[in-house]
Design a binder for this molecule. Structure first.
Ligand SMILES: O=C(/C=C/c1ccc(O)c(O)c1)N[C@@H](Cc1ccc(O)cc1)C(=O)NCCCOc1c(-c2ccc(O)c(O)c2)oc2cc(O)cc(O)c2c1=O
Ligand SMILES: [Ca+2]
Length: 476
């Protein structure tokens, strides 16, 4: 359960947070497939409680396992999976299986009481009072039983130790696999027992050969475990036969690119920094939760600091560590705000501008040239190691990926002007950060590599972007 099963020349997952299924299907065909994105993480598909102000986190309060949300219904979901798979883009579903909603109308303190078992009735599944861990709240992250067997913020805590509960979860996930889904993000995995989760994973179907997968392929599973050290629960309890989100990657990269650690220290990035083994890690710069300040604390880099964000994202995508995920956000002022919606609460589709960027309140980081071109860079250098690291003992760094790609980053407050080893064959290359190859010419900077693989590299402090990246043609 550690292989994302990306199609050829496709890689990196984009989290199209709160996008509608029909808009995702369109995006697969018009952009993600052609640009070589490997997959999409969808918002949860389960029917969720409706909370007045429609906060983003209402989708993390399931009331049934029906595929009915503001993103669309089951038909729209199946159509999206079919159209994205057709264009080589996989679908990974954000599965919320630790808990059910607080059943707000019946929650304790609103006239209900802990004896009131109707707060534990979810008729559409069905789940009843015997299917939940009851009577305690998650209050002590130093105690594994409290973290896993109690209610997280009042959310009804399912007992995955019970066969009936496992069967309901397994049926829900197998239903998604059978329509062509390639895997799952396991939300709040820290709050469930690794052994219970493994029993569930091992009973999932193989990916569907009817939807283009080879026989015997297991779903890709990446488990959300927010572990920055210091808690009783560790991410290393979960990576035996499935992947885990490495939040240290998000925290430490945000620190480094905001000047808290010199970039020269990134020379041993990955396991050298105490992270999970590369093959077990799902990594990102920011995610839907910590871009709002929850979960990981500290100041996580987001699109709001766009120059530094693009530098950190370029570094992540150029580096061999982990399976990479790109966040695609909507604009928000209030950190609880939900997606752009009309007066009746229907989510508004992103508009696509002439220059390929999005409108209608959607940020579409995945459509920024500096990001989608680095997704292609990662695809071109796949399978190569990191070599020929250079730094100026401060915040200017550069490295090669085999003989296929080269990146340089200037995080210092002065210009980078160096002749560096690019490891590439002699020739002229377009810098994919400042432009594209348009009508046979570089619309941005170009770099001439000599027969010795060396080239003059310049990144002025005043430039719009602090990164330069060149690579061999994808076809090579
Ligand atoms: O901020 C949020 C929601 C955050 C959230 C949602 C989904 C995620 O995948 C996630 O990582 C975080 N929720 C708000 C509002 C809220 C929501 C529900 C509730 O019953 C009470 C309040 C909030 O302030 N939550 C308290 C702080 C964040 O505490 C939550 C965590 C969480 C955060 C950091 C951790 O280290 C950790 O182990 C767990 O995970 C959730 C997972 C869920 O599936 C649903 C949740 O409500 C939550 C969740 O409240
Ligand atoms: Ca639990």
């Amino acid at each position: 359960h550690k292989d994302p099963h990306f199609s050829d020349n496709h890689g990196t997952i984009v989290h199209l947070f709160e996008w509608k299924w029909s808009d995702i299907a369109d995006e697969c065909e018009r952009f993600l497939g052609p640009m070589g994105y490997g997959g999409i993480q969808t918002s949860p598909v389960q029917e969720n409680v409706v909370i007045g102000s429609r906060p983003w986190w209402e989708r993390y309060q399931p009331i049934s396992y029906k595929w009915v949300t503001r993103s669309g219904d089951a038909e729209a979901f199946k159509d999206m999976v079919r159209r994205c798979n057709k264009d080589g883009v996989r679908i990974y579903v954000d599965a919320v299986i630790n808990h059910m909603s607080t059943n707000q109308k019946l929650a304790v303190g609103t006239g209900g009481s802990t004896a009131d078992t109707s707060a534990f009735q979810f008729y559409a599944v069905p789940y009843g009072p015997g299917d939940f861990n009851r009577g305690c709240s998650v209050t002590n992250y130093k105690n594994v039983s409290n973290v896993r067997n109690c209610e997280l913020n009042g959310l009804r805590d399912l007992n995955q130790g019970k066969n009936y509960v496992r069967e309901k979860i397994i049926d829900f996930m197998n239903g998604l696999i059978d329509v062509g889904v390639a895997g799952f993000r396991i939300d709040a995995a820290k709050h469930m027992w690794p052994n219970d989760l493994e029993i569930i994973y091992n009973k999932l179907h193989n990916l569907s050969t009817k939807h283009g997968f080879k026989s015997g392929q297991r779903p890709y599973i990446y488990q959300e475990v927010i572990d920055n050290g210091g808690e009783a629960v560790s991410s290393k309890e979960y990576n035996r036969n499935a992947a885990v989100t490495e939040f240290k990657h998000s925290n430490k990269l945000s620190n480094a690119f905001q000047g808290r650690d010199a970039l020269k220290w990134l020379i041993n990035w990955g396991e050298g920094w105490g992270f999970l083994p590369s093959g077990d890690a799902l990594v990102f710069v920011d995610n839907h939760d910590n871009q709002r300040g929850h979960g990981s604390g500290g100041s996580i880099l987001t699109h709001k600091k766009s120059k530094l964000y693009k530098m950190a994202t370029a570094f992540m995508l150029a580096h061999p560590y982990g399976v990479t995920q790109v966040m695609s956000s909507f604009h928000f002022d209030n950190s609880d705000a939900g997606p752009p919606a009309d007066s009746s609460g229907n989510i508004i589709s992103p508009g696509i501008n002439a220059d390929g960027t999005c409108s209608n309140g959607w940020v579409c980081e995945h459509r920024w040239r500096q990001i989608y071109n680095m997704v292609r860079f990662r695809n071109v250098v796949k399978g190569t190691a990191l070599n020929d690291w250079w730094d100026n003992k401060s915040n200017q760094i550069a490295f090669c990926r085999g003989g296929s790609g080269f990146i340089a980053v200037n995080g210092d407050s002065w210009d980078l002007k160096q002749t560096l080893q690019t490891c590439l064959p002699a020739g002229t290359y377009c810098d994919v950060i400042s432009g594209n190859l348009v009508n046979g010419k570089c619309s941005g900077k170009s770099v001439t590599v000599g027969r010795d693989g060396k080239a003059y590299i310049e990144i002025l402090k005043s430039e719009y972007d602090g990164v330069l990246a060149i690579h061999k043609q994808p076809s090579d």
